[in-house]
Design a protein around this ligand. Sequence first.
Ligand code: SAH
Ligand code: SF4
Length: 415
Amino acid sequence: MTKKFYIKTFGCQMNVADSRVMGELLLKSGFEKTEDPSTADVVIFNSCSVRKHAEDRLFSNLGLTMKKNPSARFILAGCTAQRFGEKLLKRFKKLSAVLGPGEIFKIEKVVRDVLEGKKVIATGRTEYRFVERRADISENVVIGRGCNNFCSYCVVPFLRGREEYRPSSDILKEISCLVESGTKEVILLGQNVNSYRDPEKGLNFCELLDEISKIKGLLRIRFLTSHPKDVPDELVVLMKKNEKIAKHIHLPVQAGSNKILKQMNRKYTREKYIEIAQKFRSEIPDIAITTDIIVGFPTETEEDFFKTEDLVKKVKFDGIYVFKYSPRDGTSASKLKDAVSEEEKQRRHKRILDLARKISLARRASFVGKTCDVLFEKNEIGHNSQNFLVFKKGAKKGSFLKLEIKDVKNEMLLA
Ligand code: SAH
Ligand code: SF4
């Protein structure tokens, strides 16, 4: 009997990409995928530890699934596996394996071992491998793993290790392969893509983008995430002239107060951030700028928070992810007294979200009457270059159409 596996992903785009790799490796070695955990022989949870909320959700989900399908073998992969390692096997008697994000390429062996009844702990780091896969219209491509920045609130560098980049030759080969089997857009992934360095040829991120854009048949390139301290003028110039690069940059600001930015170890000031954003907007007027913001950092006063609100109004973000600060063991900020109450965090969270929504709706409304290039990842649902969702009745999956935007509804552009 073919054994069935189920994978559930928590957290970021990197985890989505990692789950995809694990799924593909298992399919290749003859396992079958199921979307229903109660029918699975092996259940894999790919976890996130960035905030406590994500971990709480993971643990309650894991417990529930273990109750529903007591005969399955359970593997906990991802950042939470890395964080707690062996302790998890003690806490969850039904858990068979912990598999850190650096070891996802071992998944086949881990699955075989747990099916034989073994317990496995894999929290080292293996070399990145290019895994061929059935291509979708839009595909994530990991260009590097890990992070060297040690923002004071963030657990990522501790769990995913130091920065390590893939050779451009390997990345180009992967993308060419994907494009040959139908991919039209790639999303380059890294914690801080702008610090990319080709370990073989020394190409920087802009040079890598330029090389990727020469791949025939590839229509659009996106990338995530850019750190404001590492954005070169060269990137603005390249995004302006290279038609294949999407007119969108995700540039997490985190906070608008210089005091907080310093304590976060972000290495830029609000003035510098605003200057970068203005440079993008003046060179590429229709660019979308999106961001991440943390509210309720331990020392954030009302006045600091106003500075964040003020920055949001100045930059007029096209989209904002807002997070309530969550202390993480091992990070330097976790040693500060968490002085902002939960209610206050909630209030600040809501205020930024309401403001963000108003601004992003106005930004979307400004597209009515304009013509956009839309790539349809699904029938009738696509994205324009700015990464706004676009609906067009009758549009076929995979088509790339020039469409006039007629209206905006629930943050979606209607063509
Ligand atoms: N390397 C990326 C992604 C990091 S995690 C980057 O620098 O943008 C994604 C987002 O989660 C971060 O941008 C930050 O806004 C948020 N985040 C990270 N740690 C957090 C914490 N301890 N509490 C609340 N939000 C956090
Ligand atoms: Fe975390 Fe900062 Fe690295 Fe992003 S850049 S992963 S926020 S340490």
